[in-house]
Design a binder for this molecule. Structure first.
Ligand SMILES: [Zn+2]
Length: 306
């Protein structure tokens, strides 16, 4: 009897830990880099289900949501980051944003890619894509930048943007494991962001960045998280290798990440103001009411003409 109670408590506890999304932010002192590490399974799952995405689109959504989650550690209080990837292939435009509180939203360009795409070249197209990142606070743009997206991978191109445009050497690895189960199409999602601190040896950083693509790190990132402390240690060991033993590692929990949309009637009404008078007239088309739908969460708003 006691054993079964203990087992059910333990199973509940394991479920709780492995199901929960979380974000860790930290510094590896000796390697002179900072990192963010997240488990984003639930957020990716919700975005995939909401957009009814097929497996090809689900991988893009996974990279976008995880990239946004990791990027929340770069924000100051009250700030929001909007990321827009555009590729010449079938992937088209993917949008994701995240704020300081960890609220993430994602909108894929095309959630149904399976029939259209036979190769990576079909998906990302021939030639560079483009990535644009805007940081804002209370609807006011603080800064925005863009760069080429030459790596045909949402995570690698986001890291490329931070390296080139923000001039902070960066690397991102995200993992998305899908499952054929239609009830739970995303088995695991998560990722790791690393950034060089100002006095980092860039040759050493390059070596660490190469390890982001190693099979060992991928395996550790995909592992079931039974204890956060142990997982962080395993990830950093796989990343830092020989340097790990005498590295000074410190970390703490970052924002409470999750898929949460901040749309409102007021924001929808102010988005209408961006249209030209002709576009606005066409949208109203003589009626007094206009129904608009949020592209991120699907919520509908009925706006009235004033
Ligand atoms: Zn919304």
């Amino acid at each position: 009897m006691r054993t079964s109670i203990l087992r059910s408590w333990l199973n509940g506890w394991i479920d709780k830990i492995s199901m929960r999304d979380f974000l860790i932010r930290g510094v590896a002192g000796r390697a002179k880099l900072r990192f963010a590490l997240c488990r984003s399974t639930n957020a990716v799952f919700q975005a995939v289900v909401y957009h009814d995405a097929d497996p090809v689109a689900a991988e893009l959504i996974g990279d976008a949501v995880t990239g946004a989650a990791l990027s929340s550690v770069l924000l100051g209080e009250g700030e929001k980051l909007s990321i827009r990837w555009e590729y010449p292939g079938a992937a088209g435009i993917t949008l994701a944003d995240v704020n300081f509180a960890g609220d993430i939203r994602c909108c894929p360009g095309n959630p149904h890619l399976l029939g259209e795409v036979k190769s990576r070249a079909d998906l990302f197209g021939v030639g560079d894509g483009n990535i644009a990142v805007t940081r804002s606070s209370d609807g006011r743009i603080l800064n925005s930048g863009q760069s080429a997206a030459p790596l045909a991978d949402l995570s690698l191109d986001l890291a490329f943007f931070y390296s080139v445009s923000d001039q902070v050497e960066s690397g991102i690895k995200s993992i998305v494991e899908l499952s054929p189960d239609p009830v739970k199409p995303v088995k695991t999602a998560g990722g790791l962001l690393i950034q060089a601190l100002p006095d980092c040896d860039l040759e050493e950083f390059e070596e660490v960045r190469r390890r982001l693509e190693s099979a060992e790190l991928e395996e550790v990132l995909s592992r079931d998280v039974l204890g956060v402390d142990v997982w962080v240690r395993e990830v950093l060991e796989a990343l830092l290798k020989a340097d790990f033993g005498d590295s000074e590692i410190s970390y703490s929990y970052g924002a409470d990440i999750g898929l949460r949309c901040s749309c409102s009637e007021e924001k929808m009404a102010s988005a209408l103001k961006l249209l030209s008078p002709e576009e606005l007239e066409a949208a109203w088309s003589g009626r007094d009411e206009l129904t608009v739908q949020c592209q991120f969460c699907g919520r509908r708003y009925t706006l009235r003409r004033r």
